[in-house]
Design a binder for this molecule. Structure first.
Ligand code: SAM
Length: 321
């Protein structure tokens, strides 16, 4: 097992099942960019084998299935069925929710317990201008059905100064009423934002968020697990919310995440474009593949930032947000 000088080891694996997405969110992809799968994406069987190898070689215990949009991938059902047999402690899915209702049966069949739905607004017209596709009512219906089925649902929202800052309080009220944990993700300086004024203009930091929420609610910070990316807050008698404060309070020092892209490359860090292909290992028998994986994992660990997220031109949907 690879452990670095800060005591970090890989425990959480994020798999980008496909880079294709049915949305074109303004902060994720530039204007007019068509959303396509990467060339030579792994098939479902190869992806599941990669997860098995990484679980055994790196000590991965938690898996998040993401993308791109995982629910539009034809691999989704087969992949979920395979990885649910690996004995991992936790499997979760991150989705934009557009096809959530259709995928609830396979989620139930495989015993999935929790999902994160990305939703930046409750206003239909703002929804269209941020996601540049999709339908808000369909997402809300999917969320309702998932809650009724007993899935633990979290909602991820990226607050932005001009696009949806007025949605912070309505989104929080919506989630508190339904017992859903809302997590605000500070805008990350990634992909096309890295060379674009949009990042500076739209960024809303934790301090501003807490001031805004503090106008309507009493808020106190509570303990979060050691390697959690999210700072957690409680509104007494109402519920909880989280802030992923990658800029305001970077969590690099305790980061246990490893990412597998849809074309079979490992990324040790969200703010490093260094990647390490494991594709060639996926045709090899287990005992040979597992042996060769150790050096690759050491290299992936070496690309982790020590202190703070510095941003990168890599697009989130390629490496699994
Ligand atoms: N399609 C799925 C979804 O929408 O949840 C999974 C992939 S999406 C890339 C995963 C998450 O990354 C979403 O919650 C999205 O809001 C977030 N994301 C993408 N680009 C981001 C950026 N520059 N800053 C912050 N969050 C970002």
């Amino acid at each position: 097992m690879v452990i670095d000088s800060l005591g970090r080891r890989f425990q959480n694996l994020r798999v980008s099942l496909t880079a294709a997405c049915n949305y074109a969110c303004t902060y994720c992809v530039p204007d007019g960019k068509k959303l396509q799968a990467q060339s030579e994406e792994l098939d479902g069987g190869q992806m599941a084998y990669a997860v098995q190898l990484l679980a055994d070689a790196a000590g991965i215990t938690r898996l998040r299935v993401t993308g791109g949009e995982p629910l539009i991938s034809r691999k989704f059902d087969e992949f979920l069925r395979s990885v649910s047999k690996l004995g991992l402690e936790d499997i979760a899915v991150t989705t934009n929710g557009q096809f959530l209702a259709a995928k609830l049966p396979v989620m139930k069949e495989t015993g999935l317990k929790r999902i994160n739905v990305s939703l930046d607004t409750l206003d239909a017209s703002k929804f269209r201008s941020i996601a540049r596709s999709g339908d808000l009512e369909t997402v809300l219906d999917g969320i309702e059905q998932a809650c009724e089925m007993g899935l633990r649902v979290k909602i991820n929202m990226v607050p932005m100064r001009s696009a949806n800052i007025d949605q912070i309080l309505p989104m929080l009220a919506f989630c508190l009423e339904r017992g859903i944990e809302l997590r605000f993700i500070e805008l990350m300086n990634m992909g096309h934002l890295k060379h674009n004024q949009m990042y500076e203009q739209e960024f809303v930091g934790m301090k501003s968020l807490l001031e805004l929420i503090g106008q309507d609610y009493d808020v106190k910070q509570i303990e979060a697990p050691h390697d959690s990316t999210s700072l957690r807050f409680e509104i007494p008698q109402r519920g909880r919310f989280g802030i992923i404060a990658n800029e305001s309070e970077p969590f690099c020092r305790t980061c246990t995440r490893l990412r597998l892209s849809s074309n079979g490359c490992l990324y040790g860090c969200l703010s490093s474009s260094r990647n390490h292909s494991i594709r060639h290992l996926l045709d090899r028998p287990y005992h040979l593949a597992i042996n060769d994986l150790q050096d690759i994992l050491r290299n992936a660990m070496a690309s982790k930032q020590r202190l703070a997220f510095t941003g990168e031109t890599t697009v989130m949907k390629f490496i699994g947000g």
